[in-house]
Design a protein. Structure first.
Length: 459
């Protein structure tokens, strides 16, 4: 494995940075530093920890534009999206800080005494973040883990370590103890594996592919290490005939083109009731072609490049020559990992309709009735997200109950809010992130019984 990684701007293919790759020996040293810092951090009064995390959030807030511009350069995200992502990292720190003094246990009625439960930190937590949303997803694990009294070792993706490294610097500037929040860039099979297998790491939080998630889960089993997995998706966008078809068609491009389709929540299967199928496609075409593709630094840009040449080739493999292309957008020529927005008409068993593409490609499929819509929606190994478009409240509730997915939206494509739970069914993952219970996922529950019975000497 290389001793350092070159970071490319995916819009220009230019090298923008060179970052050292963390070795297993360096991981071992980082765990030792983190364990020492964690003991000091957990010993602080809850209010003091909350103040430091709020100071971290305030420091991030003063560097939002810097962080956003780093994200534009290393990930190719449109600058508007990147600004939202930087703000989301700040918001997660603020939200987690608010939970520190509310991480309460319980008093459970028992005979003969008093029974208490306590939430205690796990120790050192490893967060392995992906390249598709480097800042927000790094913060999803880091913020609540720190708030619950743990130390965090963050391993960013090889292609997108710059914002993570800067966040760690900002944490130190805000006053976090040295060693409490460390970023370890490097290769998954080296730095990532060393973290997962290290006996001093109490929990692993991983966001990425289902295949790698299974490997991590298997490695964690050896030491019964806790794990949270946020994995792949093949989410449906279900459009019923009674929906506002104009609104559904106008919103559909954003559901699979946001972040150039590199989103585990992407609604890359568009299921449309047959009686409005043709009309929906007529409305969808101009909506797709209206998305501006180009320079991520331009505020008018709606879609940027893919992350790498390898990812572009993967996406291309789902649209071979002769593929049933219904709609195709434009993409810049020349340097950069560009791919046009593409909508395919297909069959339920087509590869593009079954596998996660992770690019700006969707497959549109007709259905006859509610039962078939649910069957098609659930005909996947994944169950992360999805959308239901209908004016019928009863139908919205029935279908929401029937679709096997962790995050559903009705007449919307919104999947993620930092104050509500997020996670998947089936092979889309294990556990939940975000929301009011996020801190508890980074704690042990200890039960304490205190006898109040009078001893024989006291009687």
């Amino acid at each position: 494995m290389p001793s350092e990684h070159q970071i490319l701007n995916p819009a220009t293919e230019e090298v923008i940075a060179t970052v050292p790759a963390t070795t297993p020996a360096e991981v071992d040293a980082a765990v030792a530093r983190a364990a020492k810092a964690q003991a000091q951090w957990a010993a602080l009064a809850p209010g003091d920890r909350a103040r430091l995390l709020r100071r971290f959030a305030a420091t991030v807030d003063t560097h939002l534009e810097e962080l956003a511009q780093l994200e534009v350069r290393e990930a190719g995200h449109p600058v508007g999206n990147a600004r939202w992502e930087a703000g989301n990292a700040r918001d997660l720190l603020e939200y987690a800080a608010g939970g520190i003094e509310r991480l309460t246990g319980a008093q459970i009625p028992v005979a003969g005494g008093l029974n208490l439960t306590l939430h205690e930190p796990l120790g050192v937590v490893a967060v392995i973040a992906p390249w598709n949303f480097p800042m927000p997803i790094a913060a999803w694990g880091t913020a609540p883990a720190l708030a619950a009294g743990n130390a965090v070792l963050l391993k960013p993706a090889e292609t997108t370590p710059l914002t993570a490294l800067r966040l760690a610097e900002l944490g130190l500037a805000a006053g976090l103890p040295e060693g409490l929040f460390q970023v370890l860039p490097g290769a998954g099979p080296v730095a990532g594996s060393a973290l997962v297998e290290h006996p001093g790491v109490a929990k692993v939080v991983f966001t990425g592919s289902t295949g790698v998630g299974k490997q991590i889960m298997a490695k964690c089993a050896d030491s019964v290490k806790r794990v949270t997995l946020e994995l792949g998706g093949k989410s449906p966008n279900i459009v019923f005939a009674d929906a506002d078809i104009e609104k559904a068609a106008a919103a559909a491009p954003g559901s699979f083109l946001d972040n150039t389709g590199q989103d585990c929540c992407a609604r890359s299967r568009i299921l449309v009731q047959r009686s409005v199928y043709d009309r929906f496609l007529e409305l969808l075409e101009p909506a797709v072609k209206a998305v501006t593709v180009g320079d991520p630094a331009d505020p008018a840009t709606g879609m940027g490049p893919l992350i790498s040449a390898a990812q572009r080739e993967r996406v291309r493999s789902y649209v071979p020559d002769g593929a049933p292309v219904a709609i195709r957008g434009e993409a810049p020529a020349g340097k950069g990992f560009w791919y046009p927005a593409t909508v395919l008409e297909g069959r339920p068993d087509d590869r593009a309709a079954v596998e996660e593409i992770f690019g700006p490609v969707a497959v549109v499929l007709p259905f006859e009735d509610e039962a078939e819509a649910v069957r098609l929606a659930n005909a996947t190994d994944y169950g992360l997200s999805g959308s239901i478009w209908t004016r019928d409240v009863g139908r919205a509730l029935r279908v929401s109950g029937a679709v096997a997915a962790g995050n559903l939206s009705v007449n919307s494509h919104s999947s993620v809010r930092y104050w509500t739970p997020f996670g998947g069914y089936k092979q889309s993952g294990l556990g939940r992130e975000l929301g009011p219970d996020a801190l508890a996922a980074f704690t042990e529950t200890k039960n304490v019984f205190i006898s109040t019975e009078i001893s024989s000497e006291e009687q």
